[in-house]
Design a protein around this ligand. Structure first.
Ligand code: F6R
Length: 350
């Protein structure tokens, strides 16, 4: 029998290392993280382009920065997950190497290529080889606190970067926008913690809805990267395969598959945001009508005024939902044993 999510004993039993305390701390981490940018100077003024290098949990910060900058910053932000860098990277590019551990080979390899091109560099890490490189070569370094699973360190990977890019002219709204995000997250966080019973807890309710089904998460416009974050949190925390996509794009392909016959038990969540284009909102309504014939559908609406608050409110909801799904499934939400074994094998491989 699955544990009952309102039973306090379910948590120490299902989550012995206490990932819940890190998720609970997210609003406070967002409040605290700006100080990691203090005293850092990025010379050279507004860059022509920004390239964020990272994998997994450390790349998500890049996705969110890209979404935040998209309609504001005078420079494009591109995220690369892999070993190589685009041909356009040069001296007028700011390259951000984001790796929580500082040991991720794809990020280290791509960062080396970017330095050979003469790109301006910024390092975001808790240490490792990347930290050693920053120290040796004198690159500005956002020092992320150690002891977190990378995916639970998102506030530290993201917020100082937002502060520094704001300082370079990204027009992200400064301290006021960050303070609003913290207030929204604190209010939402109180609803989502294990002490709040299922009846008033949207994350517990969603996890119960998703249990035994394949989660499918669709974002709209700016919430696209958050849909991907939900998917990866389902995969790493709850150890379930999940799908994600984004509107309007999925209304040009995946929607066709939703018209097909029955089969897998799916459950769909749309991440909605009041900033989405009105035609995207229309597409979301049409898509929902098609999907509902095949699967239960839920909508989760972003909260807050600024885009930072809106995106992070959905991140927090997804983090808690994947957490509760892990507890329901009896999966340790902290452990990522296969991922770690994979990393060891790759390090041993020539
Ligand atoms: C583990 C996690 C992973 C890592 C990824 C890259 O919690 O989220 O997706 O983020 O393996 O490692 P780092 O972040 O250390 O560069």
């Amino acid at each position: 029998m699955s544990p009952h999510l309102d039973d306090p004993a379910a948590y120490p039993a299902g989550d012995p290392r206490g990932l819940r305390e890190l998720v609970r701390g997210f609003p406070g981490q967002v409040a605290d993280a700006a100080r990691l940018a203090e005293g850092l100077r990025l010379d050279g003024g507004t860059p022509r382009s920004v390239l964020v290098l990272g994998m997994g949990g450390s790349a998500v910060a890049g996705d969110l920065v890209q979404a935040l900058c998209a309609e504001r910053a005078p420079f494009p932000v591109v995220v690369v997950r892999g070993y190589g860098i685009p041909a356009w990277v040069g001296r007028d590019t700011l390259v951000v190497a984001s790796s929580y551990s500082g040991q991720t080979e794809e990020t280290l390899t791509a960062f080396e290529a970017a330095r050979r091109r003469g790109a301006r560099a910024l390092v975001v890490t808790s240490g490792g080889e990347l930290g050693a490189c920053a120290r040796r070569e004198g690159h500005p370094w956002i020092r992320v606190p150690a002891g977190f699973p990378p995916r639970a360190a998102l506030a530290f990977l993201l917020i100082p970067l937002v502060v520094l890019l704001d300082g370079l002219g990204a027009a992200l709204g400064g301290e006021q926008v960050r303070e609003e995000a913290v207030a929204v997250l604190r209010a939402l966080g109180a609803e989502l913690v294990p002490e709040t019973p299922v009846a008033g807890n949207p994350a517990k309710a969603l996890a119960l809805e998703l249990a035994g089904r394949v989660p499918v998460v669709y974002g709209t416009d700016a919430t696209g990267p958050v849909a991907y974050r939900w998917r990866t949190q389902f995969e790493e925390n709850a150890k379930v395969l999940a799908l994600s996509g984004v509107l309007p794009e999925m209304t040009h392909n995946a929607v066709e598959a939703w018209g097909g016959g029955a089969g897998t038990a799916w459950a769909v969540v749309f991440l909605r945001d009041r900033g989405e284009h009105p035609r995207v909102a229309r597409r979301a309504a049409l898509t929902r009508a098609i999907v509902e014939a095949r699967a239960p559908v839920r909508e989760a609406w972003a909260r807050g005024e600024g885009l930072l608050a809106r995106l992070l409110s959905l991140v927090l909801l997804g983090d808690w939902t994947s957490y509760y799904l892990a507890v329901l499934r009896g999966a340790d939400p902290w452990a990522v044993e296969i991922l770690e074994e994979f990393r060891r094998r790759m390090m041993a491989a020539p």
